[in-house]
Write a protein that binds this ligand. Structure first.
Ligand code: PSU
Ligand code: MN
Length: 308
């Protein structure tokens, strides 16, 4: 089923997939414009789409171009988002301004969920979600991704959250707001660059078929809102915990010294970590996104089969 909205442009391929109940996977664009350096960002965006396709689903990368909410981008549009320096980072609160002014924007997890939901897409694949920042009791820095998960009905496949964030507080927030946090083949919520965070998930699933049933059940119960599916990075690609922790504490210190605030915090930390680890973290980041793409595509397939 597809929905229409006066601000929404769904590509013909995605539109026809949705009309025919074929599996579609939403993908975000902040990871392209603000989460990874050029040109690996564009390369990765292309690879992710390819994996979704070879697994049997249709990729729908989401962004805002000249104020239009775009669902399903072509290669030129992906390259533009990766290269152009003036792309705005757009979360929930930025949408009205960017659309009104007909600007170009890369969508975060929050705004990608909003647009995916408008289009009728149920599964969304990303790298890591935003969360409660360390020191949030002082700064109040809590990503709008979390309140979006509380209210918008999209299942988000990710490799957990980075320890730039307070992982425990992030999970507490999700619990308070009734967001299920499921592990795919893990009893521990993953920490992005590493498989383990020391924090458990609500429930672990060993198959995407079972996961799909649980997701459908949540919405069948009339419970609105999203779900987080934590899919750990494959062991052979995970980073050494001490190495990444070192880079993260350095980056956090720098952010504080420089007085980085608001929406700049996350992009600043991400790019400093890549610089500080000599791009080992970037390689890891790419591998986990590719891994999520495969799992998310299978999940979308299973969900569409349940809805036959
Ligand atoms: N975490 C990552 N990579 C990313 C992001 C987060 O590992 O690219 C991006 C996502 O788009 C996420 C956004 O939705 O950062 C969160 O930003 P903020 O913390 O300002 O809400
Ligand atoms: Mn923030």
């Amino acid at each position: 089923m597809t929905m229409t909205n006066q601000f929404l442009d769904i590509s013909p391929e995605v539109q026809s997939a949705l009309q025919n109940n074929l599996p579609v996977v939403a993908l975000e664009s902040t990871i392209i414009s603000h989460g990874m350096p050029y040109p690996r960002n564009i390369e990765t965006a292309g690879q992710v789409e390819k994996i979704v396709r070879t697994t049997g689903a249709i990729p729908a990368t989401i962004a805002i171009l000249q104020g239009r909410l775009k669902v399903g981008l072509n290669d030129e549009e992906l390259a533009y988002l990766g290269k152009e320096k003036t792309i705005h980072k757009v979360s929930r609160r930025d949408l009205p301004y960017i659309v009104t002014k007909k600007l170009d924007g890369a969508t975060t997890v929050a705004s990608t969920m909003i647009i995916a939901h408008l289009a009728g897409i149920k599964v969304f694949v990303t790298g890591g979600i935003g969360g409660v920042h360390r020191g949030a009791s002082e700064t109040f820095d809590i990503s709008a991704d979390l309140s979006e998960l509380a209210q918008t009905s999209v299942a988000v496949v990710c490799a957990g959250v980075k320890s730039i964030l307070d992982i425990g507080a992030t999970l507490e927030y999700l619990e308070t707001h009734g967001v299920p946090v499921f592990g795919y083949k893990t009893a521990e919520f993953p920490a992005f660059y590493t498989r383990r965070s020391g924090f458990g998930v609500d429930h672990s699933f060993d198959s995407t078929e079972e996961l799909a049933v649980a997701i459908k059940t949540k919405w069948g119960l009339g419970l609105k809102g999203g779900l987080v599916i934590g899919n750990p990075i494959p062991a052979k690609h995970e980073m050494a915990a001490d190495k990444i922790d070192n880079a993260i504490s350095k980056a956090l210190n720098e952010a504080q010294t420089k007085g980085i605030k608001g929406k700049e915090v996350t992009p600043f930390l991400l790019s400093r970590i890549v610089e500080l680890t000599g791009s080992e973290s970037l390689k890891t980041n790419i591998q986990l996104v590719l891994n999520n793409a495969e799992v998310g595509a299978r999940l979308a397939i299973n969900l569409s089969e349940l809805n036959q």
